[in-house]
Structure formats: structure tokens, C-alpha cells
Ligand binder design. Structure first.
Ligand SMILES: [Zn+2]
Length: 307
């Protein structure tokens, strides 16, 4: 059997784990519910038992490591999570070391958006590209920066927080203390928020708004134009700062690409000299929810063996 690593993706609703070979082949996969309401110990137990099951299926001998992607900031050196709204009980708990001890194998803990960026770089739309940014549009906006083939962490592990980049100095207030954050204007939550303000349905999901726009609803279409504009403003800064060849967008609103991309690109052209003068690509990510799983598995493997 081929050498493999195990990737774990702990999300708000699902806990997913997969054994993935060094070539990126999924050998086995487990999808379960993330029982966050049962508390920290139950979640840790679930992670450990998922990993153990995969290890039993695929063989102890060929396992080279485990990577775990979780929401929140990760203090990379310490292997702890700080500031995760989904996982308050994990705050400053040595989760990496606890899991490592229980499994007796190398564990790497990473922020889920960073893991997703690495997943796209390994097996998705960023295959073979050493420098890229992934922007994920979800409840909030997360992102990961891959520079020189590695996750850019910053000095503690908090880099890549493009969701809180200011795109409008007098924009919507954000839980982070700022106002006009990108995620307050371009996330799935921002789309539904605008829909509510425009009285589109009672409690529409971003998919509902998308379907209304497809059906020709002018207000719904306008929402995606506004959202694309905010995204374009954010991307212009990212393109200017990084001069990377590739910027990927993922997340729930991605199917609405044709509705938001025109205003995104026009804003980008207007605001970024670098974008106008280079062959910078802005593209859809291709792995969807799987990106985090692939990235976690990739990062779980000892890095010197990666290529
Ligand atoms: Zn913010």
C-alpha cells in the first residue's frame, strides 16, 4: 500500500476525515456530524476515533502524519486554537498535543482556510502554482495565502485574514471592531443581509437570492453587482500587494459567478494597475468543501517529503 496521510476538517456542521495518498488519491473517507454542542472532549474523541478508523483501514505502517484544519486562529508553534466563535471551549487548550499523544503520531494543526488554500494548490485549481491566494466566501470570508509553496502564517499564524480588510471606510459594522470589512459586504451572509434589507422574501438563503436573480429579479441581481464590487475592491488590494499569478474564489456564492464577476472585474481593473498590466488570473476554486481535507492531509505529511 502507498504511503498516505490523514486530513481532518472540523467545520461548523460536519467532521470529515480522509486518508489520502502522497499522490492525492483518496483511499478512504469518513463524514460525520461535528457535535460541537456536546463539548470539547466529545469533539476530540470523534476526531481521534475517525483518525483511528482510517488508520485501521489503510494500515498503521504507511501513515506518515495527520493534519487537522479547524476554524479560528491557530498559534502554529503551540498548536492551539484562539478566537474561534465555533469552538470557544478549545481556547488555549493544547488540542494538537492531546491528539498527538492519544494517537502516537505526528499531528499538524492548521486554520481551515489555510488548509483549503493548500488543498487547491496541491490538487485543485492552483495545482503547481507556488504563489496564490484563496478567498473563501461563506458565513464570513476566510482566506489562505500560499507563498513559495508554503502557507504564509505571519509571526503567530494569523495571516490571511482578508475577510477583515476594509473595503468601505464607512461600511457595515463588523464583530471584529472595524467597519466596512470585506466579509460584511461580500460574504454569503452579506448577500442575505442585503436581501432582507431589500425585502426579498422573509428569510432568504444566498441560494434563494441567486435563484431570484436568475429568474430576473432586478433587486436580487443588484445584490450580486454590489457584492462583486466589494470583492473587486478587496482583490485589487491583494493583487497590488502580492503580485501573485493566481487568486482563487471559493464558497457558497460561487455558482453566482456570472452575476458578480462583471462588477468584480471592472472594479479590479479600475483600482489595480498591477492587474491591468499583468496576466494575473482570478479564477474559481475547484475543490469546494474538499479543499480543506486535501490541504490538511498535505500539511499532515512531513514537509521535507513534499514536493
Ligand atoms: Zn471585521
Amino acid at each position: 500500500m502507498a504511503q498516505y496521510s490523514i486530513g481532518v476538517d472540523l467545520g461548523g456542521t460536519n467532521l470529515r476525515a480522509a486518508a489520502i495518498s502522497r499522490d492525492g488519491e483518496v483511499l478512504s473517507k469518513i463524514v460525520g456530524r461535528a457535535e460541537l454542542s456536546l463539548g470539547r472532549d466529545a469533539v476530540v474523541d470523534d476526531m481521534v476515533s475517525s483518525i483511528t478508523r482510517l488508520r485501521e483501514q489503510c494500515g498503521d505502517h504507511d501513515l506518515v502524519g495527520v493534519g487537522i484544519g479547524v476554524p479560528g486562529f491557530i498559534l502554529i508553534e503551540k498548536g492551539v486554537i484562539v478566537g474561534s466563535n465555533n469552538l470557544p471551549e478549545f481556547e488555549n487548550y493544547p488540542v494538537r498535543d492531546v491528539i498527538e499523544q492519544r494517537l502516537g503520531t505526528h499531528v499538524f494543526l492548521e486554520n481551515d482556510a489555510n488548509a483549503a488554500a493548500m488543498g487547491e494548490r496541491w490538487m485543485g485549481a492552483g495545482k503547481g502554482v507556488d504563489d496564490l491566494v484563496l478567498v473563501t466566501l461563506g458565513t464570513g470570508i476566510g482566506g489562505g495565502i500560499i507563498s513559495g509553496g508554503k502557507v504564509l502564517h505571519g509571526f503567530l499564524g494569523m495571516a490571511g485574514g482578508m475577510g477583515h480588510m476594509t473595503v468601505g471606510p464607512r461600511g457595515n459594522p463588523c464583530g471584529c471592531g472595524n467597519q466596512g470589512c470585506l466579509e460584511k459586504h461580500a460574504s454569503a451572509t452579506a448577500i442575505t443581509g442585503m436581501a432582507r434589507m431589500m425585502h426579498l422574501g422573509t428569510n432568504p438563503t444566498s441560494e434563494d437570492v441567486y435563484n431570484m436573480a436568475l429568474g430576473g429579479d432586478e433587486k436580487a441581481k443588484e445584490i450580486f453587482v454590489i457584492m462583486g464590487r466589494a470583492l473587486g475592491i478587496g482583490l485589487a488590494s491583494l493583487v497590488n500587494i502580492f503580485n501573485f499569478p493566481l487568486f482563487l474564489i471559493s464558497g457558497g456564492p460561487l455558482p453566482a459567478w456570472d452575476l458578480f464577476a462583471p462588477s468584480m472585474f471592472s472594479e479590479l481593473k479600475r483600482r489595480s494597475f498591477t492587474y491591468r498590466k499583468t496576466q494575473t488570473r482570478i479564477e474559481k476554486a475547484t475543490l469546494g468543501n474538499e479543499a480543506g481535507l486535501f490541504g490538511a492531509a498535505y500539511l499532515g505529511a512531513p514537509q521535507e517529503q513534499n514536493h
